[in-house]
Each structure stands twice: as C-alpha cells, then as structure tokens.
Design a protein around this ligand. Structure first.
Ligand code: AGP
Length: 614
C-alpha cells in the first residue's frame, strides 16, 4: 500500500530515494518523507516529510540541503492516523537516532505504545509505525539488524519495515512479513524497495526477500537472516523490463499508455503457452498431473477488477471443464467457511500479487488442504510464492491505479488455465486446445482495431461529464464487463455508477431509470443460444423510460440500430472472448470523463494501487 525505498552507496541518497519514490507514488500519495544519514562532520539523521503528494515534499527539499549516501524514503497510504505532516513517515525515536518507514499494519501497536509510554517514551504521531522507532531505540546496542530482529519478534500483523540509524551510517536494514520488499543489487551500491520500479533506473538485478526475513544492506552487499538470526538465501532474478516500461512515454497519463499497450500485453501473455505436445504451459507447477485430474471444484478468489476477471473466467471454466466454479470476493472468502479439501483448486488472481485479502484467502485455502494456483503480474510476489502453481501475466508494469491491461491479461490467463484443466481431465483434445489458443491469438489485432475507433467514445465522455449517474447492463460474460465499466467510472470520475445483469433490470434497478439517464448496454454476439435478443429487449425497456442508450455491439449487429442513441461498434468475436474487446471503450470512457472533470486519472482520491492491509 505504501511505497518504500532504501539506498546505500556512493551517490546522493536523496536523489536516488526521491527518484524511487516518484516511481512508487502509485502505491500511496497521502504524504511522503525521507531520512538521510549525513556524516559530514559528526553523523546525524535528517528527516523531512510533508502531507500530500510527493510534489509537496520535493518543493520543501528545494530549500533543504540533505547530503549523505545512506537514506530511506516513503510514500504513504494512510491507515492509522490522518494524512498530515505529523503522521507522515519516516518516524523517529526520542533521541532522533533511528528513522523507520513501514508498509502494513502493526495490530498490537496500542499495547506496545502503552508499554513505551510507561517507560518514558514520548510518541509524536497517531500511527502504528512510530512504536517501531522507539522499540529500536530500546533494542539498539550497536547492531541495527539484531535490534530489528528483536523488534520483529514483538510485532503482530503485516509489515515491511526499513530503518536507518545515525550510529550505523553505512547500512539500511529491512524486515518483511506479508508485504513485499525487494533488494536491488548494484555495483558498489544497493537498494531496497517495495517494488523493483523504484530502482530499475540503476539495476535490473533483484533479490526476493522471503517471509519473516531481515536484511542488512551495505554498499558492498547484503546479509539475509530469518527473525531468529539464522542465515537465509533470497531468490535472485533479472527484471526483464526496462525503465521505459515504467515511464509515460509521451502520454499525459500512465493509464492512457496502459490502455494503448493492451494488444501487446495480451500477445505477450499468450506467447509460448502451447508446448510442442499441445499442452498449456504454466510458469511454475508444484502440482502433479494427477492433482489436476483430481480437481472436482474450483474457487476463484480476487478483489476489485481481478474479481471481475474471475467472474468472466467462471463461464469458461465451467463450459470447458464441466467442473463447478465459484467466484469469491477474497475478503469474504475465509469468513464464510467455504467447503475445501485436497480436490479443490483455488485460483487466486492478483495483479500485484500482494493484495492482503487475496493472500489471506490463499493461506486459508492451503490450511484446509486445497491446491492454489496464482495468476499474477508480479514476478516473485507473495501470492505466487504461497501457491502450488503460478501463471504470470506479462502485462509489464501497470502504474495507473485503475487496472486496465492487467484485466485483459487476467482474462487471457484464466482461459489458458481453464484449457489446461480441461486437457488434464481429458475433455479437450490437443487440436481443440490449439484452436482455442489460436482464437485468443487473434484478439490483440481486434483490440488494436477497437483502440483505433474510440474517438466517438471520448466525445461522448466529454458530453456526459456532468451526468449524475451512469448505469451499465450486461448478460453472461457481458455482466462482469458492466461491473468493470461501473467500477472504472467510480474510481476515476467519482461518479455514481452501477453495473447490473440486464435480466435483473425488471426486478428493481429499472426504477433508477428516468429521462436522460445514460445507460450503457453491452450486447452479446448473436448466434444459437445467445442472449442477444433478450438484451435488445432490455435496451427498448430502458429507452421507453427515457434513458439515453449507449450500446456496445458487434459491428455487423443491425438489430440494435433502432434503439441505440449512441452506438459503439466492436469487432465480432466468439462469445467467451467478447470481454476482451467490449471493455476497452469503457476504460476509455472513464478515463476521458475523469479528465473532462479535471481529475488526476493516475492517482484517484483515497486509492492506492495495491491494498496490503485487510
Ligand atoms: C481496479 O481498477 C482497482 N484499482 C482494484 O480494484 C484492483 O483491481 C484490486 O485492488 C485488486 O488488486 P490486485 O489485482 O493487485 O490484487
């Protein structure tokens, strides 16, 4: 949820850290701060922090020289304590010698704070994080990593912690439980960050820090241990995208760039997925063929947009594998006590691989004996590490808070997983699987075509900038698309927007329709067994009550013409693949409408890219 950067080396730590924070601001933008150890003369610790976006901190830093080659920095998404200067990270100890930054929630902070106050500490902020600075002050006797290990033993909850100490000026220490923390290995310099994007300008060599591990980072290397001090070994890997992937590349917003990257993202996710013997290739499989054959129930767990990808996947999984599939909001999953056993496959979908609700659902599933397959866009993140099999989407970094290209790649990935399951159960021959993969391979070109025809969608969005409410209707796989269209509008344009299954309309939601209300309807392709005609009737029903109908339909669908106030034509696709094209105009619509309202598309209010607290 928060962005964390640490640096030790030969450069200006302030420059490196602030540059890293700029690339991590999508993780939270309630406040930002830095702490630099300055050893010109006697060593001292300088801290500057400011409420609001990083730009506020940068302005402050223009008049605050902070020399030093060891430092840490933080962008915050507030949990405990309002988003003001006082609650901004880093937090310091009473003696001002230790500075700490944190991502996560320390659940027992109240008791720890009471204990610290009874021992004479004076705490300054309303945050859970500040207790760590004071506990480190108590535990530090010359070895900062040892002090951090001892403090971690006192903490409950999820945390990434990174700290510096005035008297250990050549090191940064970090600890990780549930929230991500990665080492960047440089030449005579090293980095710590919650995401490789923070240091990709300096190095593409990364090391995963494992669960419940502490790192001592120096300019010439690093040491990893578990919380009890036993040596640990991190997984080293090469980041296979470069700096340009994490930059705007001429677009005013990351979201616009990421929408434009969708054809490539889907194509990359599909690349090399069909093995020479006709099987589907996953990335990591710690399951046997028999385990896959034994699956008799699938649960999909995910949040937000990833959840909607799961809703779409359900149609393909049940249709192709004939295995019952349920889709759960991850934060609800374990609390409803689902029936799970070793024949259950839980598919966890998470772009970031670090959404805590999804991670907790995964842990619960595994405790009950279920197998877990993760679909994630983030190599080496926590959810894939906790899973029995992994499928990585290859969308590249997604910086805009609103998910776009990762949604399309998640749908693609779930379809390939469904085919793998169908094949394992002997329900699809290799040639049938190859034919379906081939259909998927046609999609990038069709998405490209949609992107080339969205100018009228932009015009419509500008026209509707003052609308109070927008409704979205869909059926079958069009229903989750309607939900996603509404979510995009809520999170980007702060508008009241709702998605409904079109068949439910007459059971209540139609009461919302009045003169001039825009209703966006996603019409299914025509064909045998299609719901096309029923949805066309729904268009007529809302239109008869004064709605302004915005119809998304196949380009050769003439049946909708009489009832569409605005027609958005998309290329004809097979039924299950339609979401890959129908959602694109909805992304553009929300993005343009937010811009027309003068809003920051990449950093909508109150949100952060990944939610690493429950
Ligand atoms: C979508 O636009 C959102 N920003 C959000 O719903 C997101 O999809 C959700 O938080 C899940 O994130 P994840 O895929 O990283 O787990």
């Amino acid at each position: 949820m928060c962005g964390i950067v640490g640096y030790v080396g030969g450069k200006s730590a302030l420059d490196v850290v602030v540059d890293g924070l700029r690339r991590l601001e999508y993780r939270g933008y309630d406040s930002a701060g830095v702490a630099i150890v300055d050893c010109e003369g006697d060593c001292r610790l300088d801290v500057v922090k400011k409420a609001g976006k990083l730009a506020n901190l940068e302005k402050e830093l223009q008049t605050t020289p902070m020399p030093g080659t060891t430092g840490i920095g933080h962008t915050r998404w507030a949990t405990h304590g309002g988003p003001n200067d006082r609650n901004a990270h880093p937090h310091t100890s009473c003696d001002g010698a230790v500075a700490v930054i944190h991502n996560g929630i320390i659940e027992n902070f109240r008791a720890l704070r009471d204990g610290l106050e009874s021992r004479g500490h004076e705490l300054d902020s309303d945050t859970d994080t500040e207790v760590v600075a004071h506990l480190l002050e108590e535990r530090y006797v010359g070895d900062l990593a040892e002090a951090l290990r001892a403090v971690c033993g006192q903490l409950d909850g999820a945390f990434t912690l990174v700290a510096v100490h005035r008297d250990s000026p050549d090191m940064v220490v970090g600890a990780r439980r549930n929230s991500p923390l990665v080492i960047g290995r440089g030449n005579g310099e090293n980095f710590l960050a919650s995401d490789v994007a923070a240091f990709i300008a300096h190095t593409r060599e990364a090391v995963e820090i494992g669960q419940d591990e502490v790192v001592e980072l120096r300019a010439d290397g690093y040491t990893l241990t578990d919380f009890s001090g036993s040596p640990a070994v991190g997984r080293e890997y090469h980041v296979d995208w470069d700096l340009s992937a994490a930059e705007k590349g001429g677009y005013p917003y990351f979201m616009l760039k990421e929408i434009a990257e969708q054809p490539a993202a889907v194509a990359d996710t599909l690349r090399g997925r069909l093995s020479p013997d006709g099987g589907i290739v996953l990335d990591e499989v710690r399951l046997s063929d028999q385990d896959l054959r034994d699956v008799d129930k699938v649960f999909i767990v995910a949040c937000g947009t990833a959840f909607y990808a799961g809703l779409i996947a359900k149609y393909a999984i049940e249709h192709w594998t004939r295995i019952p599939c349920e889709v759960d909001i991850a934060s609800e999953f374990r609390y409803r006590d689902p029936v799970l056993d070793r024949r259950t496959l839980v598919v966890a979908i998470s772009q970031s691989g670090e959404t805590l609700d999804t991670l907790m659902a995964v842990k619960h599933a595994r405790e009950q004996g279920a197998r877990v397959l993760a679909i994630s866009n983030t190599n080496g993140s926590t959810i894939p590490r906790e899973s029995d099999a992994v499928f990585y989407t290859r969308a590249g970094p997604e910086v805009g808070v609103a998910a776009t290209k990762t949604f399309l790649t998640q749908i693609t990935a779930t379809y390939l997983v469904a085919l793998a399951l169908a094949q394992a159960r002997g329900l699809k021959w290799a040639d049938e699987v190859a034919a379906l993969v081939h259909q998927l391979e046609q999609m990038p070109a069709l998405i490209e075509r949609v992107l080339g025809t969205v100018e009228p969608v932009r015009e419509l969005a500008r026209e509707l900038a003052d609308a109070r409410v927008v409704l979205f209707l869909g059926r079958h796989v069009g229903y989750p698309v309607a939900l996603e269209g509404a979510l995009k509008l809520k999170e980007l344009a702060y508008m009241h927007a709702e998605g409904f299954p079109a068949g439910e309309l007459k059971h209540g939601p139609i009461a919302l329709v009045e003169s001039g209300v825009p209703v966006v309807i996603i019409v299914p392709p025509r064909g045998r067994g299609s719901l096309h005609d029923k949805v066309v009737s729904n268009i007529q029903e809302v239109r008869a009550r004064g709605a302004r109908t915005v119809v998304i339909a196949d380009e050769d669908d003439e049946a909708v013409l009489p009832y569409a106030d605005v027609l958005i034509a998309v290329p004809t696709t097979p039924t299950l693949l339609a979401p890959l094209v129908t959602v694109v105009p909805l992304q553009v619509f929300a993005c343009e409408l937010a811009q027309a309202r003068g809003l920051d598309v990449d950093q909508p209010r109150n949100l952060a890219k990944s939610v690493t607290v429950e």
